[in-house]
Design a binder for this molecule. Sequence first.
Ligand code: DHB
Length: 390
Amino acid sequence: MQKRIFLTGTALAALSLVAPAVMAQADVFKIGLILPMTGQQATTGRQIEAAAKLYMAQNGDMIAGKKVQLIVKDDTSIPDVTKRMAQELVVNEKVNVLAGMGITPSALATAAIATQSKTPLVVMAAATSSITQASPYVVRTSFTLPQASVSLADWAPKNGIKKVVTLVSDYGPGIDAEKYFKERLTFNGGQVTESLRVPLRNPDFAPFLQKVRDLKPDALFVFVPSGAGTAVMKQFLERGMDKAGIKLIGTGDVTDDDLLNDMGDGALGVVTSHHYSAAHPSAMNKKFVEAFKKANNNLRPNFMAVGGYDGMRVIYEALKATKGQGGGDALLAAMKGQIFESPRGPMFIDAQTRDVVQNIYLRKVERKDGQLYNVEFDVIKDVKDPGKAK
Ligand code: DHB
């Protein structure tokens, strides 16, 4: 009670001072970008923040009469922190849009806040299928694990890979990857002989890989989140799995462009499926990669960067379409159904599911101009999230 009186008194005393700022607030369009900037998923935050800033530098920050303001918060990839930050951004900052979401638990923890406050939540990284169903205010510009996994399960048996062991991080996206890969591979006449799950936090892959070596499948299918691929690759090679005739395959998270170039020649030939490669041969992507590197001390953009860049596009276009006057519901409506060219290729936001529909590419790690890249060799066009059919 005392505190409230004190606050009221202070607020009254300060009113004359803050009045111009409050008025100015109406002319500002705020994007609350919550990302893991430190901790295990820090590369995700670094990539998305850099991409969002690049988008703003390229497209300006005065849109439909509003000054666009990006407020970046570090949730350290702890979902309780994500939720608290979302709450503060909505209540105190009165953000127009929430965005970011480095991992699935962060997105799920924030969904209810988006619903209650009718604030669009643009998910730029997290990729468990069910996230879009957690709130009608979620719009996703990343990808889904079922999307990437089924495409690889179609490719594998046609390429001599029939017996597979799966190894995934033990949480939402890993469980999606395991399930959809196995279902599709089995449908195609292949077999998953063992499914292994490693903890998300501080994983030690060694004991799992030893087991895989003993099982001796044609291939090991891996999902680990962005940032963890190097450890998997290193231990896979150290154990001589490749020499034992076991192929490494996975969704493109394992040969993440953020890490790939430092993985060494042992990564050559690894086949993955994903929606984005820095080597995607389009004019738009070449420009994107060049500009991103130039602005970020030669850092190569990865699939997280592209999710952030396209997320900003979706927000900007919604702001334009609503002429700067739209509330959360109007902005959300203007996000649904957007169709455009991304550095990844063509994509669209399905108006029904609010999820991304996009090409999934099969890629092989090759050396190009002295550097390692995921070189695309096949494409499955306009893939909807297979998780939505269930
Ligand atoms: C998720 C996180 C990642 O880093 C990734 O590569 C894929 C999915 C997630 O938590 O949803």
